[in-house]
Design a protein around this ligand. Structure first.
Ligand code: FES
Length: 158
């Protein structure tokens, strides 16, 4: 099975870049937490944004398959140094192509696209600059502080 995977996937899977967490409550940090309905895998991706609106740091934690881990690792390297607008335009198809993911693994790269958008939205929400809170289809997973329960909220896109 491993032979079906591109070496870039293996590389990102075996030595994922930027694994970890940023302080969720920091005013310059945006947190995206998303889940894939198809398999239940969950990805957390956090960005730190500097005073020029540039993503200066990125961290992720993915509870999911190798392709999801590779996709999030790739995404962290890809968005560092970008503006929020640039980062928000990255498509899962780019990741899938770059990592040569097979069709059954496309949703894994979708998770990375959803995660960066969710992180950007969270940051903008904190800053009060979120323009269109309901623009795209994704699922936010948030941890209920009170119960520790994981809550998934669907945001169907147009
Ligand atoms: Fe679901 Fe990869 S199998 S994220």
């Amino acid at each position: 099975l491993a032979r079906a995977y591109h070496e870039k996937v293996i590389s990102h899977y075996e030595s994922p870049r930027n694994v970890g967490s940023l302080p969720k409550n920091a005013p310059d940090v945006g947190t995206g937490l998303v889940g894939a309905p198809a398999c239940g895998d969950v990805m957390k991706l956090q960005i730190r944004v500097n005073e020029n609106g540039i993503i200066s740091d990125v961290k992720f934690k993915t509870f999911g398959c190798g392709s999801a881990i590779a996709s999030s690792s790739y995404m962290t390297e890809r968005v560092k140094g970008l503006s929020l607008e640039e980062a928000g335009k990255i498509k899962n198809t780019e990741i899938a192509k770059e990592l040569a993911l097979p069709p059954v693994k496309l949703h894994c790269s979708m998770l990375a696209e959803d995660a960066i958008r969710s992180a950007i939205r969270d940051y903008q929400k904190k800053r009060g600059t979120l323009k269109n809170p309901k623009q795209s289809g994704y699922i936010d997973v948030s941890q209920s502080a009170a119960t520790g329960e994981t809550v998934a909220t669907a945001h169907p896109g147009g």
